[in-house]
Design a protein around this ligand. Structure first.
Ligand code: FES
Length: 63
């Protein structure tokens, strides 16, 4: 599953896009806490947690 649009906002609270998360995963950052601290995801409502985790799960092995 590599068809996520990179400019799609995955976390409305922080405005973080799919592409920003993918860039971090490519750099080897797959820890949710670190991704949260760097991008601001999960720092608001928390509603993006499942989507962010799924993105990490789908891409961490190809990083
Ligand atoms: S959508 Fe990510 S914290 Fe609210």
């Amino acid at each position: 599953m590599n068809d996520e649009p990179k400019d799609e906002v995955i976390c409305g609270c922080s405005g973080t896009t799919v592409g920003q998360i993918l860039a971090l995963i490519e750099q080897g950052t797959t820890d949710m806490d670190r991704i949260s601290r760097i991008t601001g995801v999960l720092s608001g409502c928390g509603g993006c947690e499942f989507d962010v985790q799924e993105l990490v799960n789908n891409h961490k092995d190809s990083a």
